[in-house]
Design a protein around this ligand. Structure first.
Ligand code: ADP
Ligand code: UDP
Length: 239
């Protein structure tokens, strides 16, 4: 009798399993939702399958528009196959409008249009509360080379151009988002996931929040909002 393979890593929202070979991994999308560096946690029924479907759509859309990503294919409701990356421990955040930590740090009012958009880097480290870092930190501490930082900036801006337009077509404002990148075969690829867990989306008419801020702020209707966004993009969720 064959046993299920052991997990390589279990994070707050996903579990990583070995793929068919050493170059691939399986991402398993959990229903667990967390905020405030893991301090607030809950299970939200169906969130995992919605985010898996959402991420598959976005990663495929980005690939079709020339963005190099780790995505190979969706395997089933909760699992996707990806290329295994040597992750750069940095979150690349792009902001079109002020929200979240930018407002808290700089005293900017929520919703202010940011022209040009703001690009920030944060070290992925829950114990340190993901501190903001700059190019100089990345070079000195070896998180990423100058060339890698330039590629991360380039692809983050490109993703913003592509997805801001795509979400606008669906009546949504892409307020901000977080990306992670990693290395494989001498290339920098977009890794991790793109879902309403890692971006802010507002309804273009009502400005209603359609993303994880519903969870952070206890507004309710979290998965319902994710499903609404998915349907507006034409993503099947079998609901
Ligand atoms: P966290 O680690 O922040 O709790 P998750 O639960 O989403 O987040 O775990 C997914 C982990 O997998 C993250 O640490 C992410 O950096 C990592 N990861 C995402 N894509 C890949 C990949 N293609 N190869 C290796 N690691 C990846
Ligand atoms: N974000 C994320 N993971 C993190 C931190 C931020 O996906 O660990 C996303 C967040 O959902 C938002 C954007 O990055 O879309 C900017 O987040 P911000 O810095 O405003 O942080 P927060 O409001 O969560 O403190």
């Amino acid at each position: 009798m064959s046993e299920a393979p052991a997990a390589i890593y279990e994070g707050k929202a996903k579990i990583l399993y070995p793929g068919d070979d050493a170059d691939t991994l399986v991402l398993f999308f959990k229903d667990d939702t967390s905020a405030f560096d893991g301090e607030k946690r809950e299970q939200l029924a169906r969130k995992g399958e919605i985010n898996n479907a959402f991420n598959a759509y976005i990663q495929t859309y980005l690939q079709e528009h020339g963005v190099p990503t780790h995505f190979v294919r969706r395997l089933d409701a909760r699992r996707s196959l990806v290329r295994r990356l040597d992750m750069i421990p940095v979150e690349s955040v792009l902001r079109n409008r002020a929200a979240g930590s930018l407002c808290r740090r700089l005293g900017i009012e929520e919703g202010r249009l940011l022209e040009p958009p703001v690009l920030e880097f944060f070290l992925k480290n829950d114990a340190l509360h993901d501190p903001m870092i700059n190019r100089s930190h990345m070079r000195t501490f070896g998180y990423a080379s100058t060339t890698e930082v330039e590629l991360m900036e380039h692809w983050t801006q490109r993703v913003n151009t592509l997805l801001s337009a795509r979400f606008a077509d669906a009546g949504l404002v892409l307020v901000d988002f977080k990306l992670e990148f990693g290395r494989a075969g001498g290339e920098i690829l977009l890794g991790d996931e793109f879902s309403p867990d890692g971006c802010r989306l507002w309804d273009a008419q009502s400005q209603e929040k359609m993303d994880k801020d519903r969870f952070r702020r206890g507004l309710g209707g979290v998965v319902e909002a994710y499903i609404e966004v998915a349907h507006r993009l034409g993503i099947a969720t079998d609901a």
